[in-house]
Design a protein around this ligand. Structure first.
Ligand code: NAD
Ligand code: UD1
Length: 337
């Protein structure tokens, strides 16, 4: 059974390819390598013993995307990861983000429709909830207007998929709303490869711990949270990858209850920035040089998931303790020396 993974050399895509292969699926990846390296294929092969098929394609190229589907008539489902994802950059380059994220999705959907590939799993984000009034957020929590063009591409992508599914009754789509993915594969053969100075907490933290950065800035300790720093739902990337396997199986086995569904994928627990730093220090024995600074513009105070729907409907639950995630991400950072 062959699964088409777009953006499969990226951070979450590569971990998902591993889990798919280890569950017996054949995988073909298309990626334009705008934010990943071809060497990721070596890492995947080291873990699973199988080198996934790979094609370098820009999915905003409609003809190239169509041609891919013409040549691969054995694809049974698509997991669409390919997107640009830097929130801050999207504010300065809105058109690039709308162009890339929406055109690649529409080209993939158009070809799926034409070549009758019925099943799609889509990477969405908890960013669609913004700062929710009631926590934790369930799938019934209303979406808020997006804070950034990146976030807006996720809202718009969900809407495009929803509207198409209304008229394509033979197609099925499932969106996974990831909370904050962190960590690396326990083998340390794959992990997150941030470009330049990281914006996200964990890569900045591990780069500080190893001495690439001098100090981690903690953005604010005056929020309405137990220790004053913001709360997020940090989900281990291998647990997240496994959610995709479960989602794909649900669609392939026809167990979905509607032809468009969406699920929160998190742990169900909010951790503060300071708790994350201490979890890292406890798990690794390495001290992190950090300083409390002012709030970061655009940050929300707190968000974490109610994962009941994913637990009961998908039969999926986050399983990796935070200490293990921290050990894995530290091993990954050390492997990059
Ligand atoms: P990533 O940048 O590591 O992976 C995305 C991959 O898509 C990269 O390999 C990139 O080269 C590729 N790509 C981008 N545009 C492309 C195009 N036009 N054609 C072909 N390939 C293209 O990001 P990630 O963290 O693995 O995220 C995967 C998906 O999950 C994205 O859709 C992202 O928006 C979503 N997501 C990520 C997070 C997160 O915190 N990492 C949170 C929520 C949602
Ligand atoms: C951001 C995006 C979200 C996206 C996610 C992953 C926003 C509003 N949201 O989430 O849409 O899915 O990235 O790319 O941008 N922090 C520090 N110091 C740092 C870095 C972060 O204290 O150097 C804090 C932040 O204030 C935040 C937490 O760590 O409270 C997590 O930050 P980050 O990893 O950037 O993710 P989000 O902002 O939650």
């Amino acid at each position: 059974m062959k699964i088409f993974v777009t953006g499969g050399t990226g951070y979450i895509g590569s971990h998902t390819v591993v889990e798919l292969q280890q569950s017996g699926y054949d995988v073909i990846i298309a990626d334009n390598l705008v934010n990943s390296s071809i060497d990721v294929l070596d890492g995947i092969e080291k873990i699973t013993g199988i080198r996934p098929e790979f094609e370098e394609i820009d999915l905003t190229d409609r003809a190239a995307t169509r041609d891919f589907f013409v040549r691969h008539s054995d694809i049974k489902a698509v997991i669409h990861f390919a997107a640009l994802k830097a929130v801050g950059e999207s504010v300065h380059k809105p058109l690039e983000y709308y162009f890339n994220n929406l055109n690649s999705l529409m080209n993939v959907l158009d070809s799926m429709r034409e070549f009758q590939v019925p099943n799609l799993v889509f990477s969405s984000s908890c960013t669609v909830y913004g700062q929710a009034d009631v926590l934790p957020v369930t799938e019934k929590t209303p979406r808020h207007e997006a804070e950034s063009p990146y976030g807006n591409t996720k809202v718009m992508s969900e809407d495009i998929i929803r509207d198409l599914m209304k008229v394509e009754s033979k197609m099925n789509a499932l969106a996974l709303r990831y909370f904050n993915p962190i960590g690396a594969h326990p083998s340390a053969y794959i992990g997150e490869l941030p470009n330049g100075v990281p914006n996200n907490l964990i890569p900045y933290l591990t780069q500080t711990a190893i001495g690439i950065r001098e100090q981690l800035s903690v953005f604010g300790d005056d929020y309405n949270t137990p220790d004053g720093s913001p709360l997020r739902d940090y989900i281990d990337v291998v647990d997240l990858a496994k959610a995709h396997v479960v989602a794909i199986r649900r669609l392939l086995e026809g167990k979905n209850k509607a032809n468009y569904e969406f699920f929160n994928i998190g742990t169900g627990k909010g951790l503060s920035v300071l708790e994350i730093i201490h979890a890292f220090e406890n798990a690794t024995g390495v001290k992190v040089n950090y300083k409390i600074v002012g709030r970061r513009a655009g940050d929300i105070e707190k968000v974490w998931a109610d994962t009941t729907l994913a637990n009961t409907e998908l039969g999926w639950k986050a399983a990796t303790p935070i200490e293990e995630t921290m050990k894995n991400v530290w091993k990954w950072q050390q492997s990059l020396r």
